[in-house]
Every structure is written in C-alpha cells, then in structure tokens.
Write a protein of this length. Sequence first.
Length: 184
Amino acid sequence: MTAQRSSVFPRPRTLIHPGAFNPVRIQSKLSPRARHVRLTLQPGASLFEGLVTPLLSLGIQSASMTILGGYFDTLQYCVAPPDPRHEAVIRYSEPIAAGRTYMVFGNATMGKGMDGGPIVHCHAAIRTAQGASKGGHIITQNAIVGPTPIPVLVTSLDGFDLRVAFDPETNIALIQPLQESHHE
C-alpha cells in the first residue's frame, strides 16, 4: 500500500530559500489595542483607494482585512510560480487580466511600502465571467469595484507599523512588523 500510495501522491516539492536560514519562521508583534471597522468598497473605486482612503482618515496605517465578496468591473492578479532565475523561491508573474469577476473571498494587509507610502497586499479567490475559478495576488490599483458596494472587515494593528523591507532569507521584499508607531 505504501509503494502504491507514493506513486499516486507525488512528494511535494521542497522549498529552500536562497539566503541564510532564519530559525524564527513567523515574525510577529503584539498589537496592544486594535480597532474593528466595517467598510464598504464603493462602486467605481479601486480596491486600493477603497481601502486606503477611509483607513488613513481614521488614523489606521497598518491593518488586516477580510473582503467578504463582491463584483469587480475589472481585476488583475498575479500568481507565484518558481523563480526561473533561481534568485528566490518564487517570482510573481506578469499581471493576468481577469476582466469582470466575482471575488469569492479575499484577505488583505495594509502597511507602508519602502518609500513610506501606503501599500495593500491582497490574495483572493475569484470567479471569472466565464465561470473559471482563479486566485492569486490581486493588483489592488487595477481592481475596480463593480456596481454594488463590497463589505470589508478590518482589524487595525495599532502599536507597530507593517513595512515592506528586504528579507535576506527569501531574497525578496516582504511586509514585516518592523518599526514602532509614533502616531495615534
């Protein structure tokens, strides 16, 4: 049975990052307080502006979000196949145009980019107008909310900032809890 099972279920690939091994697998910080906000993304807005504008107006610069599903007039996403140059384990593909889609479910993180400006990193499952199920990294500036508002649940991460910074183990820039906040 074991020999038969191994031929039916191939061994998953082993991922080895190019940089020095970091024994701390998950970088984390405790948020001493958090605010819970319910937003509605408005028709015609990009996913990026629909999240960033109201959150910054509330003084929220770092957050974790759940997008509860809704229609987008247009949407682009990327997938992360193995890096053909072997500089990292993965390399994002070129954007894939999905057209009009229904986002079944998405998770997003808001933080600060390397330039200090806001960024939104989002992964989601979508269904295309042709009925295909897809998923990946959503290009938030190019995801335009469709005709009906989309609900989003937000948890602010107060007390520290999420920032994009180079990670020497993976050899790519990642969102990391790095710098203490000095704002309310």
